[in-house]
Design a protein around this ligand. Structure first.
Ligand SMILES: [Zn+2]
Length: 305
């Protein structure tokens, strides 16, 4: 058996949840989706007896997949079923606008901390794009990744990788987790580890897909198996803006507004829209108008009080 069952909400640990849907993994709709998505790299034997079950927590509204792959099979998914060569080719085609978004994030981080000795960690670094930008900004940058192929690639490009067991307490000023927490079997425990790794006053930024409308779409029969928020096997937690903040507070963090740094503006319409859109969005969050599933969480600095 290559899967395990989660018995409690992975975000708030609540035990009351209602089932939104259930389907077999190794046949029908889910299986057809998986064989197409992974270009038939996956074997039905691995998923025998496994069910795609979506539950919604009665306490914090997080939606989570009850049955998930065990650690060994998850590694197989990210290192074999997702073709590493194709993944790298896609990554290398990233647009200049996307890279300027990374630059803006690093500029935001630079406004949070004084001094020149800023230590940052990219949790789930992938092919190291964020890490490269952090290095360009002069940060001491480490990355965590489970995929051996991606770790080897990072090292070939002189990027520093670490494993959780080797991280000393209060090592980092900033931790980045871009599209990572939806994949984690134990997101609450992982965020607690981030808390331990951050210096007092340190900040973690988490960005995840928005699951706010998922339950309503399922009830209205407007949901599809291809929706990224509830991707079978991979996106095993679907947060709302509220549940994400709750997890942060449960782990001891305080929510802070994203530092104001406008994106670079260029001459084409896309760049101008981005400039206006990001500016308005960050201002709205600052004034508590609307919440998004990207959140900046600060570890309180008790020595400063
Ligand atoms: Zn919950």
């Amino acid at each position: 058996m290559a899967f395990i069952e989660r018995t409690h909400c992975p975000v708030c640990k609540g035990s009351s949840a209602h089932q939104l849907l259930q389907m077999p993994m190794d046949s029908g709709l889910v299986w057809d989706f998986l064989t197409t998505y992974y270009a038939a790299a996956i074997s039905a034997d691995v998923l025998t007896g496994m069910q795609y079950i979506l539950l919604q927590c009665e306490t914090c509204q997080t939606i989570w997949q009850k049955q998930i792959l065990d650690d060994a099979t998850l590694n197989q998914l990210y290192d074999e079923w997702i073709d590493p060569d194709q993944s790298l080719i896609r990554k290398q085609k990233v647009s200049p606008e996307s890279r300027s978004t990374l630059a803006r994030q690093c500029a935001q981080i630079a406004t949070l901390f004084t001094g020149t000795d800023i230590h940052v960690l990219d949790f789930g670094m992938g092919w190291g794009d964020w890490l490269k930008m952090a290095v360009a900004y002069g940060f001491h940058a480490d990355g965590i990744e489970t995929s051996e192929r991606r770790i080897a690639y990072a090292r070939e490009h002189c990027l520093n990788t670490v494993i959780p067991q080797d991280i000393t307490l209060e090592r980092y000023h900033f931790i980045n987790a871009e599209q990572v927490f939806e994949h984690l079997p134990l997101p609450n425990e992982t965020l607690s580890s981030c808390y331990q790794w951050l210096k007092p006053g340190g900040v973690v930024r988490i960005s995840v897909p928005d699951g706010t409308h998922t339950a309503r779409k399922i009830a209205a029969k407007k949901w599809s198996i291809a929706e990224a928020t509830t991707h079978p096997l991979e996106h095993i937690n679907a947060f709302t803006a509220t549940s994400l903040r709750r997890m942060g507070k449960d782990c001891g963090f305080e929510v802070i507004p994203p530092p104001l740094k406008l994106p670079m503006v260029g001459a084409n319409l896309g760049q101008i829209k981005s400039f206006i859109g990001v500016g308005i969005r960050d201002m709205m969050i600052r004034f508590h108008i609307g919440l998004r599933t990207a959140v900046w969480l600060r570890k309180p600095d008790k020595t400063a009080r």
